[in-house]
Design a protein around this ligand. Sequence first.
Ligand code: HEC
Ligand code: HEC
Length: 370
Amino acid sequence: MKLWLRMVGAALCVLTSALVTASAQTSSPLSERDAARAAEDYERYCALCHGPEREGYANDHAPSLKSGTLLFPGNRLFLFRSIAYGRPDTAMAAYREESGGPMSNREIFRMVDWLYAQEGVDPRYDEDGNDGQLPYIRIEGDVDLGRQVYARECASCHGASGEGGTGTALSNPVMLIFASDLFLKRTIEEGRENTPMLGFKDKLTPEEIDGVTAFLRSKAGGADLEQPGDKNPPTPDEYVINADGADPEFTLEDEIYISSEQLNQALEDKRRMVILDTRAASWWRMGHIEGAVPIPYYSDFDDIIDDLPRDVWIVGYCECPRALAAYTIRQLHDRGFEKTAVLWEGIQGWAGLGYPVILGRAEEQEAEEE
Ligand code: HEC
Ligand code: HEC
């Protein structure tokens, strides 16, 4: 019983966003009282680096939190995640309580909506009523060309290997795992107004822009080009990793959760298991834990269970950090799968701890979809 109660709790992190979104009909989903509280939080937690007027560059090269290429409808989750998870190895800390920060998920969403409201932008829709979501498509580009462009045009501000400088850290695994290719490309084309980041659309050719976008993506999770990552999602006969290994010895928290440390150890020890990436399938391509099978939470479970082994541990992850994975694992549990676990920190927490993430290519799958 306790187990499923916890899962309901986990699902709340998805619901919170829906509730905050639905709470008002004005151009901002924030009530006046919430706006006042967000302003206080900003003053207390953020102004020191991002500046009293959100203009950026008060300290530590903190970027502007005002520009339109950041605050557009559809980018709300990117902002939420940037604040919740921070950017490891930069001055930007993780503010969510679960990472030891001072803010609840609700307070972080309140902050995000307040940032939008300060610029008069409705985080939910643009003037035409569109939600502004950028689709998660992979920008195919010439990575070698991109590398040259990067060295020539970008390294002076963003660092020779993307470690950051006056510009943000572009090889940061946590940034790359939730910035879509289109978001990167659009930022490169349009720049960020009133910051040193100028738009490159008149300076670079479309091939150069696609190339540098693909080059940035190739750095996700420290993946290098000699290791291009899983080409296609595993087929059912490939689901079990380390098929000849022993079972992992997981210590489950609340009968369901394992830590990133435990999962990493099991992978290093070559233990046999199945890892499920329960997010929408497009995310798998942007970066996943090696060997993970994309089984989105919206799958038809009665159709897929025959492909999954019942005698092997199945570990699910997502990035909320847990709601989608907990839901998916529950579907399996209800169908008699007993060796099941959910990754506590989700994939962003995993990447934030420095564990590896690799790219998905899925060329054949993309061709099929077209
Ligand atoms: C003159 C310095 C400078 C140069 C040159 C420059 N950038 Fe930037 N870039 C910045 C700064 C500063 C920011 C943060 C802007 C802000 O305040 O929002 C930024 C932000 C970005 C972002 C957004 C990252 C995030 O964390 O959201 C991307 C992507 C980016 N730059 C890519 C590039 C690429 C690719 C090039 C080369 C083609 C480039 N930049 C050249 C200074 C620069
Ligand atoms: C100690 C200084 C510091 C504090 C305090 C701080 N930040 Fe940051 N923040 C940064 C830096 C530096 C970056 C860029 C990191 C990088 O290189 O990617 C950043 C990045 C961000 C980004 C991503 C922007 C982008 O262009 O992608 C957001 C959003 C953000 N911070 C919001 C906040 C909020 C909200 C707070 C307060 C709750 C806060 N930050 C507190 C230094 C800080």
